[in-house]
Design a protein around this ligand. Structure first.
Ligand SMILES: *Cc1c(COP(=O)(O)O)cnc(C)c1O
Length: 497
């Protein structure tokens, strides 16, 4: 009989089940839920994973964490999320180019890696509500830098017992991302632009989650908030699967032997994706090093190089908008694990972050961090050069976020000569960021958004993903813009309260 996995906050020790952690999203003390131990994959399990498809691999990995779900429940969730929703029924294929393995996570309905988690989360959440005997209508509140919002809208649209509201920074998302969100279909969805940047949207959403007053207003109406941001454990756990799966695919293809280490390069914003990779490693996937790639908003690069996290700096809008972030929420989970689960120290650092915008970790935690993580940053020019070079040398076209990872990896290679086989996590379709991709290729983008799409297809000889092509015929439903100080009113209005 397997032990029940418990979840505690990074800031206190009160334990909940996985269903409760997923429903609640964020802990009452403002901390993030983490499993009380990290389950291991045995050698035998790893061998058996080689022969499984993505659905089978996801079921096995999830069953280690969601111990209060039945086997049948997990299987139903996983099949609902991954069967017939991804191009070619392959949610996470590997493509080799330029001596790298690109893990393409953008073959889902919104063409970004967020689909891997957000196709599954609605199933995990409604199943969690069943397990917990919770009757409330679930209100999902999302702050997005572009990709999460659309992926969450697609995942939750028309899901019974849920409503979803998305806030995005008015001038901080690409035209295609904006169009994806403002044309969203479904009778339980709402979308609102914020007059501010992503951090403003995220801070506003966190404040609404933390407000007893708003919670009481909702409760009176039989509703309760939950989060689809990567602070929710239910967002993170599906992401562990594709690291395990990529390793198995490499071993199966004979690119590595079982047990050989790999390097993992992740274009990073909120630190959710790369953290899931770290969990995969702790479960038993051999990873030599994680390279955390940042754009010009290089707060994480500086942190990994100095031990000082300092958000007191200029915020830049870049060609990789989903990484334009100065507060990387999921770093809190890594620091919790590295500091020996020391909630006292976590409270102290997070309080300093809140009040002074800065904290410095102790020498021991810093040593553990740098033992596994490297950080490199690429500005827009360097990212564009990496994108163009890869395309000209190999014919492989990547998006601007993945280009940051490719460029960062090249810098890392020059510095270290580390020739461990590397997986570069490819996080979005280039067609989501057509203008920047065209510019990187030395083209002058056409004026019209859809003309850009056709232009990119012609220049690159690649196919336009069906969900992007389909946007052309859709009309805009959501045009509201709100002040960052009036987000609560916007929530009430979208919920018609
Ligand atoms: C969200 C996103 C990222 C950043 O991922 P995190 O988990 O927030 O670090 C990178 N690239 C793309 C395309 C994204 O949508």
């Amino acid at each position: 009989m397997m032990n029940m996995m418990e979840y505690t906050s990074t800031r206190s020790s009160k334990a909940v089940t996985s269903a409760q952690a997923i429903l609640q999203g964020i802990a009452e003390d403002g901390g993030l839920f983490v499993p009380s131990s990290i389950p291991a994959l045995t050698g035998q399990e790893l061998e058996s994973l080689l022969e499984m498809d993505y659905v089978g691999r996801a079921c096995l990995v999830l069953s280690k964490y969601l111990t209060d779900f039945s086997k049948e429940q997990i299987e139903a969730c996983v099949k609902g999320a991954y069967l017939n929703r991804f191009d070619g029924n392959q949610p996470a294929p590997l493509r080799e180019a330029g001596g790298m393995e690109l893990l393409e996570l953008w073959h889902g309905p919104t063409c970004a890696f967020k689909d891997l988690a957000l196709q599954l989360l609605p199933y995990l959440m409604t199943t969690s509500a069943q397990i917990a005997g919770d009757q409330d209508e679930i209100v999902i509140l999302v702050a997005t830098s572009g990709d999460t919002g659309k992926a969450a809208l697609e995942g939750f649209k028309n899901v019974k017992g849920t409503k979803i509201l998305v806030f995005y920074p008015q001038n901080g998302v690409s035209p295609m991302q904006k169009r994806q969100m403002t044309t969203q279909e479904g009778d339980n969805v709402g979308v609102c632009a914020i007059d501010g940047n992503f951090d403003d949207a995220q801070t506003g959403v966190k404040a609404i989650f933390g407000s007893r007053e708003v919670a009481a207003q909702l409760r009176e109406r039989g509703m309760a908030f939950s989060s689809a941001n990567s602070i929710n454990w239910g967002r993170l756990v599906p992401q562990i699967v594709y690291y395990v799966s990529a390793y198995c695919d490499m071993a199966k293809a004979g690119k590595i032997k079982m047990g050989d280490p790999i390097n993992v390069v992740v274009p990073t914003g909120n630190f959710g994706n790369i953290l899931a990779g770290y969990f995969a490693m702790r479960m038993g996937i051999p990873v030599n090093r994680f390279l955390c790639a940042s754009n010009r908003n290089r707060v994480l690069t500086d942190f990994i190089n100095t031990g000082v996290y300092d958000r007191n700096r200029e915020f830049y809008t870049t060609a990789s908008p989903s990484m334009d972030i100065l507060i990387s929420s999921n770093l809190e989970r890594l620091l919790y694990l590295l500091s020996g689960e020391d909630t006292g120290r976590l409270n102290h650092w997070m309080e300093e972050l809140k009040t002074a915008g800065r904290y410095e970790v102790d020498a021991e935690t810093f040593e553990k961090l740098t033992a596994k993580f490297s950080g490199e940053a690429c500005d827009d020019g360097e990212g564009a050069a990496a994108l163009r070079q890869l395309f000209e040398k190999t014919g492989y076209l990547c998006d601007t976020h993945t280009a940051v990872a490719v460029g960062a990896y090249q810098k890392y290679l020059v510095k270290t000569g580390d020739d461990t086989p590397a997986v570069i996590v490819s996080t979005a379709s280039p067609y989501k960021f057509a203008a920047s991709v065209l510019e990187a290729l030395g083209q002058t983008p056409a004026a019209d958004d859809f003309a850009k799409i056709e232009q990119l297809a012609a220049v690159s000889g690649t196919a336009v993903p069906a969900p992007i092509a389909a946007l052309k015929g859709k009309s805009v439903r959501f045009t509201k813009v709100c002040d960052k100080a009036s987000m609560v009113e916007a929530v009430y209005s979208l919920l018609r309260m």
